[in-house]
Design a protein around this ligand. Structure first.
Ligand code: GLU
Length: 424
């Protein structure tokens, strides 16, 4: 047997340990009762399923999938489904916990959940991806539902995957169930503005932060790590607001141009070639170099743990916008805090996606669909209000934005839990 180099996971630390340690710190700062912390430290339910798939070459491959509900005190659980080779149960648990805080901070009536399948979607054909999705959906069909747990896209999944989930669920129920999943294509009950919503929410947070600092976005430079759903639209929006986006990256390459990357050309190049590699008028840099570029805004919009104690002290940005979930580790957080970097935490900065998912769910339940301007205006209201609450709490208590955001959220979930009482 030849030795095959094992791919290195992006997870250097156990993300669920990180999420639980964050919760304990928040509980101390906000004086949350020990018994409640014990309840909130655990996920309500974690389901592991095997997903056998007939591959195009005639073989059968058995994938492993998860669906985790962290908490439902404030409403049905909500959260994306991730297709990625590095997925682990503890990663899905941490992401589910962060969804609980995110929905609570936004004040939308959901708890937190997440799903994942260990696979490399880039190496699967479209029909393999469809069979995998339909079988995974069948395996978790009793866990999901419009009043129970509502999936959405995450890393490695998109509108097509949501369409197959919607169809598989609906075929089994015998009628179309619009509210079972969000992030659906517009043709089958998706919401206008959902695709760009995460990035739009990130932009609103950056805009509000820059205003607090009496700065001007159109005089700022930015580096955006990740060119998936969040990073690509955020780069576009920043460019449209007059900021100079000097660096972008995807999983294959990082690119820099001090005069600004041509974002429209980057979109076109990515669509045509499936990668940013080869984009004209930009020089290749390393992924590590992108993180430490001399820019005003750094937006990590891909996976967890890209800013760690290894590179945090070299970061030169004054604002970090967490388009991804968990891109800054707690040790890096502490270093950045000492340096005075303003971190817009994930549960605030990337919540635009789940907010418009909430709108999509409401529209689906009512079978009444809104105009895009209405969606964007309501998104602005919710995100700006959450930003303001987080900012004020951070100022009053002299704590970082992350601690403030988690504190507001955890308190809301704790209150709901106390009000409902522990069953029986
Ligand atoms: N996966 C996204 C997130 O992490 C969206 C979740 C949703 O819309 O339910 O927030």
């Amino acid at each position: 047997m030849t030795a095959v180099e094992a791919p290195v996971s992006h997870l250097h630390e156990n993300p669920f340990d990180i999420a639980r340690a964050q919760l304990r710190r928040v509980a101390e700062t906000f004086d949350i009762e020990r018994n409640l912390v014990d309840v909130l430290s655990q996920c309500k339910k974690a389901v592991e399923v095997s997903v056998p798939v007939s591959m195009d070459d005639g073989t059968t491959h058995v994938f492993t999938g998860y669906r985790v509900t962290h908490n439902i005190a404030r409403g049905p659980s909500k959260g994306g489904i991730r297709y990625h080779p590095d997925v682990t149960l503890d990663e899905v648990k941490s992401l589910a916990m962060w969804m609980t805080w995110k929905c609570a901070l936004m004040g939308i009536p959901f708890g937190g959940a997440k799903g994942g399948v260990i696979c490399n979607p880039k190496k699967l054909s479209r029909s393999e991806l469809e069979r995998l999705t339909r079988r995974y959906t069948s395996e978790i069909i009793n866990e999901i539902g419009p009043e129970k747990d509502i999936p959405a896209p995450d890393v490695g999944t998109d509108g097509s995957v949501m369409a197959w989930i919607f169809d598989t669920y609906s075929m089994n129920k015998g009628h179309s169930v619009l509210g079972v999943v969000t992030g659906k294509p517009l043709t089958i009950g998706g919401s206008l503005g959902r695709e760009e919503a995460t990035a739009r929410g990130s932009l609103f947070c950056i805009r509000d932060a820059v205003a607090k600092q009496d700065g001007r976005l159109d005089q700022m430079t930015a580096a955006v790590q990740g060119f998936g759903n969040v990073g690509s639209f955020l780069a576009k929006f920043l460019h449209e607001e007059g900021a100079k986006v000097v660096a972008v990256s995807d999983s294959t390459v990082a690119l820099h141009n001090a005069n600004g990357i041509d974002i429209h050309a980057a979109f076109a190049h990515k669509r045509e070639h499936g990668t940013l590699r080869g984009l004209a008028n930009a020089e290749e840099i390393t992924a590590d170099e992108l993180i430490v570029l001399d820019v005003d805004v750094l937006a990590p919009c891909a996976l967890e743990q890209v800013i760690t104690e290894r590179n945090a002290d070299q970061v030169r940005a004054s604002i970090i916008c967490e388009g991804a979930n968990g891109p800054v580790t707690p040790r890096a957080d502490a270093i950045l805090e000492d340096k005075g970097v303003l971190i817009l935490p994930d549960v605030l900065a990337n919540a635009g996606g789940v907010v418009v998912s909430y709108f999509e769910w409401v529209q689906g339940l009512q079978e009444y669909f809104w105009k895009e301007a209405e969606v964007n205006a309501k998104l602005n209201d919710i995100v700006s209000r959450a930003f303001e609450e987080t900012w004020e709490t951070a100022q009053e208590r002299e704590i970082p934005m992350r601690m403030a955001a988690y504190g507001i959220a955890v308190r809301r979930v704790a209150e709901a839990t106390i009000t409902r009482g522990i069953y029986p």
